[in-house]
Design a protein around this ligand. Sequence first.
Ligand SMILES: [Zn+2]
Length: 353
Amino acid sequence: MSATQGANRFFRFRTFLFFVCGLAAFPVRAAPEHHAWCDALDKRLLSVDGASCRKRAFVPGAFRSVEGRPLMLLDVPPAALPTASIASAFAPPAARLRWRPPAMTPAAIPPPVAKPRGATRILLIGGIHGDELTSVSIVFRWMEWLDEADAERHHWRIAPLANPDGLFAQPARRTNGHGVDLNRNFSTPDWPRDALDYWRKRTGMDPRRYPGKAAMSEPETRWLQGEIESFKPDVIVSVHAPYGILDYDGPLQKPHRFGRLNLSQLGVYPGSLGNFGGVHKNIPVITIELPHAGAMPSMEEQRQIWNDMLNWIRRAWHQGQRAEDRGRRTDRESGIRNQKTSCPSSFSGAKRC
Ligand SMILES: [Zn+2]
């Protein structure tokens, strides 16, 4: 071997060493946690595509489920929002954990409705009951339509699967990892007095409707309630199955029909989201009950429910806004300075103003 060949071999070996050491110094970054979550959903639900799910910027919420699964959120600001605002759309988990539960006194006065002057903020929740599979699938379907004109004007925060332990149980179950019905665990003012009593006497201690030992005893409920406090939605949409109806709680004019789902108000229960959001916090809460828990509505019906919902949100808030503006003008003209006392006439919840 000549001296030149020896030198070439030495340089090739040295390059090889640099390459190996470089790999060791920069280990391959682990896939984001939401990739595994998307893959698990892909396996569990026929209509969820793991690859499309992985492309979305899901982030884990400030809490994990009882069994340690991530509680994933997607934040989709309105299309016109500057990039800087998008970066700050999510509060860091530590900041969100600073939230404290509200005082639970029956005399608590609901806050006034905060009218959206800019983009309407919509919190969309699926799968709060783990055995209602379509309620998760349809949220993923609607996410595909968020960049359409009617949807992209809104600021969306989306929790497609609020009860992962229930969905991934075999068989799927309504309750969470502690056997608690999350939709009876929100901190409504009537919870301490009525929730367990209602469960014992009215449901016959139905284990599917157990409200928990205390309001907000469950991490999934604390997470959702924290998101309501920090995101301050103008509308909450919660998807369920299989009653095939539309339910509504809150201050705006009621919707009457989304697709084939007609309004049928089921009443409020101690600890339910409709009670907490719609009655206690005065936020419009739309509850969509799909007709089947295991079979999706036709694509045409999925589209119709979505379109009708967006139309209602646009019209209801627009009417509410105009009514409020009229109220302010009237107040000014009559010399009444304290605008806080004005109640928009179109609000069914005006008695709370
Ligand atoms: Zn349900």
